[in-house]
Each structure stands twice: as structure tokens, then as C-alpha cells.
Ligand binder design. Structure first.
Ligand SMILES: [Zn+2]
Length: 298
């Protein structure tokens, strides 16, 4: 099983996440993640359609003009933030569903923040790739994007990024958003929401769980590579924010040595905000306790 197996029906073959960064890590078991699942138990369903507008884009590969749904600015309120820095929005709305943009003609897919003109070389790499003979996924022209379609579009964005040899930070950013999207997807399934896949939720859940773990691991590997090879801001994050994200993901993987180093660096930094330092102190306590528990159980 690989992350892109589900894309074979969309004409994508032979692309894999292995080797997408210069260094690849081994698989590490993930531990559970704190959720805000019960925070808005009584929130009524809201009209997602009214939050969305269709925006015009021009494809940087085939030059065709098309429309893609995007979230209206100022329409949706952030109400909190999860421990892993994932923002939480009112009405459990998940704007990540609207980040990937897919050209309906050639299938070029990209996260909105990375939609920039391409060099002729990048364009050529995409056009001539034998691994991408695009078959449009169902619902591509709908205004409201289902979770099932959003996962397909975000995977296509990752395939596109791999084909045009995007920077590690771009691929890691896509994987981070994929990881968060899958978290929201699983929560939506738990609430009984229609995911647009037409499949039984019990059939979908293990697939999304597997995708989530692969996205998470690929985000972790990619950001570690990016922090060693790129200049800040990395995927829009300053050094303390990225350090915190990697520290938190390291704790999930019980890599306490990596986490401790990053925590020390954030707490000693002049540029870190008090908000990120406060979060880091909480994470530090968690690391110290985990190390104590580990010693006691030996
Ligand atoms: Zn196109």
C-alpha cells in the first residue's frame, strides 16, 4: 500500500513518496494525538456553500482558464489551535479542503500558496512525465469540496511537486496539510458526515488512517531536511515555529533527544514569541515526564 495507490484511477502511476527527499527516514510508530473532538458537540451544521466562492485561475502548464473553489476571506473564524499547531475553525470547517487547486484540463495540481509561474524546464518535466496521464476525479467542478475529493487533490499536488522536483519544504507543507486534512476527515466520519466517497465509513476509515500516518511521517522527514538545507521562512514558518512543530512531532515519535534540543533552542531564542515559548514550556514538561516514566519502567 502506498499513498498514491488510490490515484491509479486518475491516471497516476509509478510515483512514490520514497526518495522524495534527499534523505529518507525509517518508519516510526505514531502515538495518539490530542483532539478537540468534543469541544463543539452541539454546533449546528452550517452552510458551507455560503463560505465559498469560485475564483478564476490560469493553469501555469496548459494555459487554460478555469475556476476553483476558494474560501471567502473573513468569513470563517479560528476558534483555537491544536497541540500540533493545527488551527481549529468555527463550525468544524476545514479550509485545507480548498487549498489544492487542480487544473481540470491537464491535472496540474498545486497548493494555492505555491501557485506561481513555472520555468519552462518545470513545465516540461510535468508535461513529459509518463507517470501522470490525468483522469479528472469526480466532483472537480463542485463548489463544496468533499473530504474524499480533497484527499485526492492534495495527493495530486504532492505528485505534481515530486514530478517538478519542488523544494523539500513545499512537499513537507503539502504532507503536513494532508496529515491535518486526514485528522479532520476522520473526525467528520465520526460525526457521520458524508465524505463524498460513496463508500461505507468503516471501509474508508483504515485507508484514511494509513494516509494520515504516511503524510505525517513524510511531513516530519521533509521539514527536518528543509531546516538543514533551506532559509527561513520555511513554508511560511519562522525558525521558532518550525522548531516547535518538529519538536512536537518528535515527541509523538518518542524521539526525546531531538525534541529536547529543539525545545532548548526555542527557549533560548530572542526571536521566539512569548506564545510559542509558553507552548514550548508545556511541551518541555511533557518530555521530562515521558523520560521519567520511561526510566521508571526500565
Ligand atoms: Zn492545465
Amino acid at each position: 500500500m502506498g499513498l498514491f495507490d488510490s490515484l491509479s484511477k486518475n491516471g497516476i502511476k509509478n510515483v512514490s513518496t520514497s526518495g522524495m527527499y534527499a534523505k529518507t527516514d525509517t518508519t516510526i510508530q505514531m502515538s495518539g494525538n490530542e483532539k478537540f473532538k468534543d469541544m463543539y458537540q452541539d454546533t449546528p451544521q452550517f452552510d458551507e456553500d455560503s463560505m465559498i466562492l469560485l475564483k478564476k485561475y490560469s493553469c501555469p502548464v496548459c494555459d487554460s482558464d478555469f475556476q476553483s473553489p476558494t474560501v471567502k476571506t473573513g468569513k470563517i473564524r479560528q476558534v483555537g489551535i491544536e497541540k500540533n499547531l493545527k488551527p481549529i475553525f468555527d463550525f468544524r470547517f476545514e479550509p485545507i479542503k480548498y487549498e489544492p487547486i487542480t487544473c481540470p484540463k491537464c491535472g496540474y495540481s498545486v497548493m494555492a500558496r505555491f501557485l506561481t509561474p513555472l520555468t519552462s524546464f518545470q513545465r516540461k518535466m510535468f508535461i513529459e512525465s509518463e507517470d501522470y496521464s490525468f483522469v479528472a476525479p469526480g466532483g472537480l467542478n463542485n463548489k463544496v469540496v468533499s473530504y474524499s475529493l480533497a484527499v485526492t487533490k492534495i495527493k495530486m499536488s504532492l505528485v505534481t511537486a515530486i514530478i517538478r522536483k519542488a523544494k523539500a519544504s513545499e512537499k513537507a507543507y503539502i504532507c503536513l496539510k494532508g496529515y491535518w486534512l486526514c485528522e479532520s476527515y476522520l473526525e467528520a466520519l465520526d460525526r457521520g458526515e458524508d465524505d463524498g466517497s460513496g463508500k461505507n465509513p468503516d471501509e474508508v476509515r483504515p485507508e484514511i488512517q494509513a494516509d494520515m500516518e504516511e503524510f505525517s511521517q513524510s511531513a516530519y522527514d521533509g521539514f527536518i531536511e528543509a531546516m538543514q538545507s533551506e532559509r527561513y521562512p520555511i513554508a511560511g514558518m519562522d525558525e521558532p515555529t518550525l522548531d516547535f512543530l518538529i519538536a512536537e512531532m518528535s515527541v509523538e515519535r518518542e524521539k526525546y533527544d531531538v525534541a529536547s534540543k529543539l525545545i532548548a533552542s526555542i527557549l533560548g531564542s530572542n526571536s521566539a514569541s512569548s506564545r510559542i515559548k509558553d507552548k514550548t514550556r508545556i511541551l518541555k514538561e511533557e518530555v521530562l515526564e515521558a523520560i521519567r516514566n520511561k526510566k521508571n519502567s526500565q
